[in-house]
Design a protein around this ligand. Structure first.
Ligand code: UTP
Length: 509
């Protein structure tokens, strides 16, 4: 065996990781070389340090309730869509659209997750939730960006380009690029779509042993959506943002079917408040809802996860009856470019690691075959994007109506919440409400008005981003369900039941 192999063996032994060479006698020369190269790629010492830090942080969370250090976010940095007048919303929106026309706003999609709960082998953004149009999540987002560019140009007379950065990971990068390019970026200029890749972290056993996915490869997983900051630096994307003269970047998760990429109202609010970091939030539905809340911890902006919240804090209410800690974080943030630059500027971004117990495919000791057990067998360590909040000097929260802006696709069909069906219904119902608000009446085949729950209405984002421009199309009209409002023709198309009720979860188009 070569001497570099011996050196590696001693190093691994010194760190209690000699098991990584367990299969060595069963490997071919080329497999052995690839294992050595794989191990050489990681800094074993640093990886173990991260594991220990994450375990320590978890045990501290368990033992040290945050109660005494928590405070609600000050009212003066919290705005609300439902409490703002139409004039206020329009003014914020125009402010955001002007910034877009000036080329100061980009949007950044976090699409590096493995989507294990949804359980498909392709990136979640490619998922077809079974809308009448069968548009994927990626397509809905791309078309919303296109529509915003038009709105910004209509307002200012200036052509607007909103760059769309997409953070992918080892598993999602290639299929995402292929999917978008095969579909001509859904009408966006390919130069405005920038796909980059986040880093990976090795996975561990609960005892801190690095896992082998196959006899010759370590088990790795993306380093969490907080890997964004490292990826911005390593991929040079932060330089691209500066070169383009961007000021604000709207960062959001791939799975919210109602997401408004680069929402000009949110951008306008963030700009008005002079915030370098802002979070879009929804009001928590129930005290124990499994969503992180935004608050101050030791005077710094933070997201406290539901598992870290004591019952007392979760149920605390103010004099108006509102939950004191009600600002539910929905993975929807704005960061200024100087802020992103500051956080991603140094190798140590200051973000802590978290533990996620998952079912991780590992090599069977007898056969070497890679198998994922049905129960969690290992630990992934991840960073969360919101852990950058405490580093913000200025902050703002913008509260929106959940039913208008938040319906995530997390789980596979048949689960109780956040499934393709709930996402589809949320979007159809939002569109039905937009039509009703503009005086349109949805009717059945016989021309009889139908209940909102039964109406199937899909409005192309190319027609309307949040309801604008619909009045001349629908006011006073009787529109037959199922209805698709598309940019060139407004037509009603009869769909098969299978289109409507059975999401083709395994198909992508
Ligand atoms: P989730 O926490 O829902 O994780 O990600 P996930 O990996 O998509 O799904 P599960 O937990 O395996 O079922 C929230 C957002 O953060 C992104 C996801 O793509 C999603 O938009 N994300 C997550 C990343 O970009 N990178 C990661 O490493 C993890």
């Amino acid at each position: 065996m070569p001497s570099d192999y011996d050196a590696l063996k001693s190093k691994l032994e010194a760190h209690g990781q000699a098991h990584l060479l367990y299969f060595r006698d069963r490997l071919t020369d080329s497999e052995r070389n690839s294992l050595i190269a794989d191990i050489a790629e990681i800094n074993v010492e640093e990886s173990l340090e991260h594991f220990q830090q994450a375990m320590l942080a978890e045990s501290q969370n368990d033992t040290k309730p945050l109660d005494s250090s928590m405070e609600p976010v000050p009212q003066d940095i919290c705005g609300s869509a439902s409490e703002s007048s139409p004039e206020e919303l329009e003014s914020l929106e125009n402010r955001g659209l002007r910034l877009m026309a000036e080329g100061k706003v980009a949007t950044l999609l976090l699409a590096g997750g493995q989507g294990t709960r949804l359980g498909v082998v392709y990136p979640k953004g490619m998922y077809d939730i079974g809308l009448p149009s069968h548009k994927s999540l990626y397509q809905l987002q791309a078309e919303r960006i296109l529509r915003l560019q038009i709105l910004a140009e209509e307002l200012t007379g200036q052509k607007a380009t909103i760059p769309w950065y997409i953070m992918t990971s080892e598993h999602t990068r290639e299929p995402t690029i292929q999917f978008l390019s095969d579909r001509n970026y859904f009408g966006l200029d390919p130069m405005q779509v920038l796909v980059f890749e986040q880093g990976m972290m090795v996975c561990f056993s609960p005892e801190g042993k690095i896992l082998l996915e196959t006899p010759s490869r370590l088990a790795r997983a993306p380093d969490g959506n907080g890997g964004l900051f490292r990826a911005l630096r390593d991929s040079g994307i932060i330089d691209d943002m500066e070169k383009r003269g961007l000021v604000y970047v709207h960062v959001y998760g791939v799975d919210n079917v109602l997401v408004r990429p680069a929402d000009p109202i949110f951008v306008g609010y963030c700009d008005e408040k002079g915030a370098e970091c802002a979070a879009k939030v929804v009001h928590k539905a129930l005290p124990r809802e499994a969503v992180g809340v935004i608050c101050l911890v030791d005077g710094k902006y933070n997201v406290v996860e539901y598992s870290e919240l004591t019952t007392e804090k979760a149920e605390q209410r103010g004099p108006d009856g509102r939950l004191t800690y009600c600002l539910g974080s929905i993975c929807n943030h704005i960061f200024s470019v100087p802020f992103l630059k500051r956080i991603s500027g140094s190798k140590k971004d200051g973000l802590k690691y978290h533990i996620a117990r998952k079912s991780i495919p590992v090599a069977d000791p007898d056969t070497g075959e890679s198998k994922a057990p049905s129960k969690p067998n290992g630990i992934k360590i991840e960073k969360f994007v919101f852990d950058a909040f405490p580093l913000a000097k200025t902050f703002a929260c913008w509260e929106v109506r959940r039913e208008d802006e938040f319906s995530p696709l997390k789980n596979r069909p048949g689960e109780s919440a956040d499934t393709p069906k709930t996402a589809r219904q949320a979007l159809l119902s939002f569109h039905q409400r937009l039509i009703a608000a503009q005086g349109g009446i949805i009717v059945d085949e016989d021309g009889h008005p139908i209940s909102p729950e039964d109406a199937i209405v899909e409005i192309s984002p190319l027609v309307s981003y949040r309801g604008e421009g619909l009045t001349p199309l629908v006011e006073g009209q009787r529109l037959r369900s199922p209805l698709q409002l598309n940019p060139t023709v407004n037509h009603s198309k009869k769909l098969a039941d299978s289109d409507l009720f059975l999401p083709p979860e395994e198909t992508v188009h």
